[in-house]
Design a protein around this ligand. Structure first.
Ligand code: C2E
Ligand code: CA
Ligand code: CA
Length: 639
């Protein structure tokens, strides 16, 4: 008999007797145990080992569908079919439609056979019995398994057995769905990691990968684990010309060939990356200056011969800039009387890149096809690492820091929903200094706490003004550092009162990496006070997705490096698409940063990204300008 499942309802489970009470309890206990189980297999054995007996059944076998072979496979058992720990005696497989189990799977209905001797579908497994009940396990409209029970008496199974097994089956479905979602998530994570770290044309590591490795190496150098560290930046000569004459396809082909030639010319252990366009970089560590220069020479030689492309043989060459630190120069000061001076080895990756870049331009200017070396010594900028700490203290005490605001807009209406607060340093000699030049330093020197506090106070004051005078639901996003999230003192007393609904938090993976659990709890606390949590620079981290699972998150900010690629590279487009579906599953909003062109805006609108920010709408601006900008925007909307 096929049961019309709609006639069986949870009322068949209503505790009317001692027996039904224990059934209901079993379902509740099973649900709680399933939460802690780590896999579907574990859940099935949990069911057969601990719950079937409570239901008074003689035996039970749970089948799962093997998708590839379209077979129902026995996965867990109670009673005669069980043999030892998590093992089934003589496991059998059934096709769809085969036996009462196969019928149940095919029809997606519970099947109750009161007397198997009269049923044409009955299949004897280990021994013949008198009655059978099969209940399907269904997920997303598809049968994924069957719970099957047989009994030695006729007419044994009743409505409450069906209702109970159906309830247990739907709990298994929940676990199954969660496991599938998790493996989908893992799959997208590895795709994302590949997209984020490798250049699709050359298969070489990309800029992001290079900068991450460089940062890690500079830290090792600072700890004294490396004797030296150097960066070579390589720019191909006449690439634009080849592109213009032979077309982009030839340009791409040339980049692939050049990548291969460079890779073959260097030992595997050296990190070679394609930074973008016709620019490459190599990271050298534990080298002498001579060895680093030899790397440059090897690269020049690698592209010395004509390169044969589909359309023509072409000649190219490289202009290379080399910048490096090594212990011999950094540790100078060792004397005979004091052979091991304590030297603060500081090495700034951004400065190293800038110097290598400068050297590369000098190589171009002085005739191309050469390698020019730049040294850290003698560059003498106004703000060097040596006087930075003092300069920041002066800046704090004499109000040289300024709050700049950049509008955040809703992409469909282009209404301004808030601002991101960005710091600027109006230095009396160096001019307007951007945060990239001092935030990293302030984090290392411990001065970031004072800077964060200053920005929090300024942002809150500005938020109150804008809400009172112009738009009562406007918000301001604060960029916070690791130090803020590690100080619980921040959240109590007068400082704590600065965090209110409307003060949102932007946090990067870097800020939470040291103590994620603590950061998650701090962010949760801020969220409960009304702050929305934005995960910044998303897509650039190594393990962004795993952070998303651990941290409270209201909005994901897609890093601008992906937005700038929209309309040019298929990769950026597929990454943003991936993020859109990820955000949908997670129930979070998406914000695209660095929107510069109308084309990017249209693509993002088409993909359903909710919010955006970028030069297309407005650049970061001082508070008074931002206020006027918002006012003008509001009055335009009114008209
Ligand atoms: P972020 O949080 O990713 O900030 C976005 C950066 O993108 C800003 O750079 C902004 O000026 C820039 N930007 C905005 N629209 C566009 C665009 O359309 N195209 C391009 N190319 N860039 C755009 P900015 O102001 O130089 O800040 C750099 C980083 O410094 C910030 O990155 C943030 O990590 C950090 N930072 C800035 N202000 C603060 C602060 O008050 N506290 C802390 N702890 N960090 C800050
Ligand atoms: Ca930010
Ligand atoms: Ca960002």
């Amino acid at each position: 008999m096929i049961c019309d499942d709609s006639h069986i309802s949870s009322k068949d489970l209503l505790p009317t007797s001692e027996v039904s009470w224990s059934y209901a309890q079993a379902i509740i206990d099973f649900t709680t145990s399933v939460i802690h189980a780590s896999s579907v297999d574990e859940v099935l054995w949990l069911l057969t080992d601990e719950f079937i007996e409570i239901l008074g059944l003689e035996d039970c076998v749970v089948y799962l569908l093997d998708e590839a072979r379209q077979k129902l496979v026995q996965k867990a058992a109670y009673g005669h079919k069980k043999s030892g720990l998590a093992r089934i005696r003589n496991p059998i497989e059934l096709s769809y439609g085969e036996g009462i189990t196969g019928q149940c799977a095919e029809k997606q209905r519970s099947i109750l056979v009161s007397d198997v001797s009269t049923d044409p579908y009955y299949v004897v497994d280990d021994q013949a019995r008198m009655s059978e009940l099969a209940v399907p396990i269904i997920s997303g409209g598809k049968t994924i398994g069957v719970i099957d029970s047989e009994h030695s008496q006729k007419d044994f199974f009743q409505a409450h057995h069906i209702a109970t097994l159906r309830a247990l089956s739907s709990i298994i479905t929940t676990k199954y769905d969660r496991q599938c979602a998790l493996s989908d998530l893992q799959e997208s994570e590895s795709k994302l990691r590949r997209l984020a770290n490798f250049d699709s044309l050359s298969n070489l590591p990309n800029r992001h990968h290079f900068l991450t490795s460089l940062r890690a190496a500079t830290q090792q150098y600072e700890r004294g684990e490396l004797t030296g560290i150097g960066v070579l930046i390589i720019d191909m000569d006449r690439f634009k010309l080849i592109n213009d004459i032979y077309g982009h396809a030839a340009g791409d082909e040339l980049m692939v060939k050049v990548s291969e030639l460079f890779r073959q010319a260097l030992p595997e252990s050296l990190l070679l990356a394609r930074l973008g366009g016709d620019e490459f970089a190599v990271l050298v560590t534990d080298h002498s200056l001579v060895e680093a220069e030899a790397v440059g020479e090897a690269l020049l030689a690698a592209v010395g011969d004509p390169i044969s492309l589909t359309v023509a043989d072409v000649r190219t060459s490289a202009s290379i800039g080399l910048a490096e630190y090594h212990a011999a120069t950094a540790d100078e000061g060792a004397t005979l009387s004091n052979p091991t001076p304590i030297v603060q080895r500081e090495c700034d990756p951004t400065a190293l890149m800038r110097l290598a870049d400068g050297a590369m331009y000098r190589a171009k200017a002085s005739g191309r096809n050469r390698c020019v070396v730049s040294s850290m010594l003698g560059s003498g900028p106004v703000l060097s690492e040596l006087n930075m700490a003092a300069a920041i203290n002066t800046a704090l005490s004499t109000n040289q820091f300024e709050l700049y605001l950049q509008p955040i807009v809703e992409l469909t209406t282009q209404d301004i929903t808030g601002f991101e607060s960005l710091i600027r340093w109006a230095h009396p000699e160096a001019g307007m200094v951007l945060p990239d030049q001092f935030i990293d330093f302030a984090e290392r020197s411990g001065q970031i706490g004072a800077i964060d506090l200053y920005m929090l106070q300024q942002s809150r004051e500005c938020l109150d003004d804008l809400r009172r005078d112009l738009q009562d639901d406007i918000s301001i996003n604060l960029n916070v550092s690791a130090s803020l999230l590690s100080r619980s003192a921040w959240f109590d007393g007068p400082t704590g009162e600065l965090f209110v609904e409307g003060v949102n938090i932007e946090v990067t993976e870097r800020a939470v990496i040291a103590d994620t659990a603590r950061a998650a709890s701090m962010l949760g606390d801020l969220q409960s006070r009304g702050s929305r949590i934005f995960i910044d620079d998303f897509g650039t981290g190594y393990s962004s997705l795993s952070y998303l699972q651990m941290l409270p998150c209201d909005v994901i900010k897609i890093d601008k490096s992906f937005i700038s690629g929209l309309g040019e590279s298929e990769m950026s487009l597929s990454l943003v698409r991936l993020l859109v579906s990820l955000a949908e599953t997670m129930g979070t909003d998406l914000l695209a940063e660095g929107i510069e062109t109308r084309e990017q805006l249209e693509i993002l609108q088409g993909l359903g990204v909710g919010y955006g920010q970028g030069y297309l709408f407005a650049r970061p601006m001082p508070v008074t300008e931002a206020r006027a900008h918002l006012k003008a925007h509001l009055s335009k909307n009114q008209n």
